[in-house]
Design a protein around this ligand. Structure first.
Ligand code: BGC
Length: 415
């Protein structure tokens, strides 16, 4: 009897300590499509398993432009969420504002310096202190194809841009929309940077789009890139303007469209729809880019918050994100690959295995390049200006390649 009572007291004490330590983490993200939402749920479950609660702050809008706008107003009004999906050079921009929390203790306790590639770790640090935690590695230079549509059209999945247009013509002749596209500036630019990589190669890509070298932005190669890019528009449908990326993916899933140029979050949509890679859909490097890799790393920046229990919860979330179990379940749903070095890829499909191999190989060969469309390469001001210039060219019936080149080169000077 006494032992029973003592046991009950102990349990009660444990529950109350857990309750005292249980915190809430408000997480701003833009993962609202089918595959994305499944991945976000995995993150939520991981946090809840640690006894904390998750306050969902989802702002729909592919590429995160709307989420960034909302985040800015929340931070300005002194009401930052505990964690927000922020990546690339923007992490530094936010850290400079003095609003991010130092989570170096979590990083040290969990050996982040050893388990992350140094190029990734550096982006997560501000003045040597970790202020963000990476979740995954997305590859942007992919082409997604519906094999049945290709079969019907008698077309072959292209490996270069000549083959791409040949396949597009055949799909068109078979009454299939050749290219599923969503006319939003980040999607236009996702296509544009794959063309720049495929037509110009990794060195051109780095000089023109990462170093923003004026000579490269006004070169003959750039002319060829812009001409190829604009030619793709003729193979999209009239409803493309404004369409969300996942709705474009759905067109390929249904076989209404033949292919889509999109990062591998599109794979998350195929998987969520119950489709199997290799049979129901095909992943191939965007034309001409098989030996290069445009990376896009999702990460969460942690904001300074006051409540002690919430800080504990925030740190538990950061630690959990890089744990092997979470890296696996999250990335299986998200379409990306684990960011942890040496992750076990046995449960992943062939698209992810190829991505993982190419990530390592291209890092060695120097053709691993940051995605400009997805905030990995240049300041947010320059990125926004270049994106607008590229989309204006895509949307205009009058602008010449020469005009576009001048506008993009001048946008690249935006500070
Ligand atoms: C993000 C992905 C997201 C995609 C579509 C990209 O910029 O990195 O996580 O799935 O946009 O919203």
């Amino acid at each position: 009897m006494f032992a029973l009572r003592a046991g009950a007291v102990m349990v009660a004490a444990m529950v109350s300590t857990m309750a005292a330590q249980a915190g809430e983490v408000e997480v701003l993200h833009y993962w609202t499509s089918g595959g994305e939402a499944k991945a976000a749920k995995a993150l939520q479950a991981t946090l809840q398993a640690k006894g904390h609660s998750w306050k969902d702050f989802a702002v729909a809008g592919g590429g995160g432009d709307s989420a960034t706008t909302v985040l800015k107003s929340r931070v300005v009004s002194g009401n930052a969420p505990a964690a927000a999906q922020i990546k690339g050079p923007s992490i530094q921009e936010w850290a400079q504002e003095g609003v991010l929390a130092d989570i170096s203790d979590v990083a040290a306790a969990n050996n982040w310096d050893k388990l992350l590639p140094p190029v990734v770790a550096n982006v997560m640090k501000y003045k040597g202190k970790y202020v963000a935690v990476p979740v995954n590695v997305h590859r942007v230079n992919w082409l997604w194809a519906n094999p049945e549509a290709f079969k019907k059209a008698g077309a072959k999945v292209p490996t270069n841009w000549d083959e791409f247009f040949a396949a597009a013509d055949k799909l068109k002749a078979a009454g299939i929309i050749p290219v599923a596209h969503g006319g939003q500036n980040w999607q236009d630019f996702t296509t544009f940077e794959s063309v720049a990589l495929g037509v110009g190669g990794a060195d051109f890509y780095k000089k023109a789009l990462v170093q923003l070298d004026q000579g490269s932005l006004k070169s003959d190669t750039m002319k060829k890139v812009l001409t190829t890019f604009k030619r793709i528009k003729g193979y999209t449908d009239k409803n493309a303007p404004g369409r969300d990326w996942n709705l474009a993916t759905a067109m390929v899933i249904r076989g209404e469209a033949g292919m889509q140029l999109m990062g591998d979050w599109a794979k998350g949509e195929f998987i969520a729809a119950g489709k199997k890679p290799g049979t129901d859909f095909v992943c191939a490097a965007a034309p001409g880019t098989a030996k290069s890799f445009t990376f896009n790393i999702d990460s969460f920046a942690l904001f300074k918050i006051k409540n002690e229990a919430n800080v504990k919860a925030q740190k538990d979330l950061a630690a959990a994100i890089l744990a092997p179990e979470f890296q696996e379940v999250f990335n299986l749903n998200k379409g990306s690959i684990p960011v942890r070095l040496g992750a076990d890829m046995s449960k992943f499909d062939d698209c992810a295995k190829l991505s993982s191999k190419d990530f390592v190989d291209t890092a060695k060969s120097g053709s691993l390049v940051p995605s400009v469309a997805h905030g990995m390469a240049v300041s947010s001001a320059a990125e926004g200006a270049i994106k607008d210039a590229v989309s204006n060219f895509w949307n205009s019936d009058k602008q010449t390649v020469e005009d576009a080149m001048a506008k993009i080169a001048s946008a690249a000077k935006t500070k």
